[in-house]
Write a protein that binds this ligand. Structure first.
Ligand code: OAD
Length: 253
């Protein structure tokens, strides 16, 4: 086994507290396209037309047609060895959290339990009418394909995907819980897996945990905005590397 992989493996085997920051790359081997890079779903797309409040207001059917296509694609995807390795890691590490940017819910499908969703879920919807109680919470809405485009709430108003769009504020509660996790007792290791780390809050969490004592491990085949700060870079696919680094942590101690 590669010596660097072995180092991470030994570290995780001793760890009492681990934070995983996951992005689209962890689901790539499940057949979910990433957002950026080769084959990225955002390539050649006008993001603001599909994933912003203004784009949605301009043409809800256009945005929902795109989300319906993405939901159809995701409905056929299952967790891969990277997701499953994190389930094993969670069983062995007393204090564990996944902060995911992914809206696909493949961590849950694999069996992970301690998860914070930073960008929402593509399987949930919210009503767009402020007067409707369903505008304040999220409703699970798994229909694939959608029965109508754009779908409507029981109150008659438009539904929208419960994902965070460009220009929107992130959901406060997951952010608070992630921040509290990082600040309440030193994290042993942060695993940044399959994310380009283009958003400042992603970089900030990783660096804060590192400043408070964590070893920052990046797992990604390509360099990212976090690579320069990583203590250890494992260059390769999450589905290959995560099962290797979790192996010993999953062994009975
Ligand atoms: P990106 O699409 O920006 O980046 C995907 C990352 O995964 C890249 O760094 C790839 O090199 C890496 N990658 C690809 N295949 C991999 C594999 N098999 N194993 C490990 N890594 C691999 O995805 P995110 O960083 O998650 O937001 O993007 C963040 C946010 O941007 C998304 O949540 C989405 C998007 O706009 C919203 O929808 C709100």
């Amino acid at each position: 086994m590669d010596r660097v992989v072995q180092r991470v493996r030994e570290r995780l085997a001793q760890a009492r507290k681990v934070l995983v920051i996951s992005g689209a790359g962890i689901s790539a081997e499940s057949g979910v396209p990433t957002f950026r890079g080769a084959g990225g779903v955002w390539n050649n797309k006008d993001l603001m037309r599909l994933a912003s409040p203004e784009g949605f207001a301009e043409d809800p059917a256009r945005a929902w047609t795109w989300y319906d296509g993405r939901r159809r694609q995701l409905a056929g995807c299952v967790p891969n060895p990277a997701h499953r390795a994190l389930v094993d890691l969670e069983r062995c590490v007393p204090d564990f959290l996944i902060a995911t940017q992914n809206v696909d819910q493949l961590h849950e499908a694999a069996g992970s339990r301690a998860i914070e969703h930073v960008h929402g879920s593509i399987w949930n919807v919210r009503c767009t009418a402020a007067r409707c109680p369903r505008s304040r919470g999220e409703t699970y809405y798994p229909a694939v394909p959608l029965p109508e485009i754009p779908p409507r709430c029981a109150c008659g108003a438009l539904l929208r995907p419960a994902v965070v769009w460009f220009g929107e504020i992130l959901p406060a509660e997951p952010l608070e819980r992630i921040d509290r996790f990082i600040r309440s007792g030193a994290v042993d290791s942060v695993l940044a897996v399959g994310t380009m780390a283009v958003f400042p809050y992603i970089v900030a969490w990783a660096l804060l945990a590192q400043r408070l004592g964590a070893c920052l491990v990046e797992i990604n085949p390509e360099p990212t905005d976090l690579s320069h700060a990583a203590d250890i870079r494992l260059i390769g696919k999450a589905g290959d590397l995560l099962p290797q680094v979790v192996g010993s942590a999953a062994d009975p101690r």
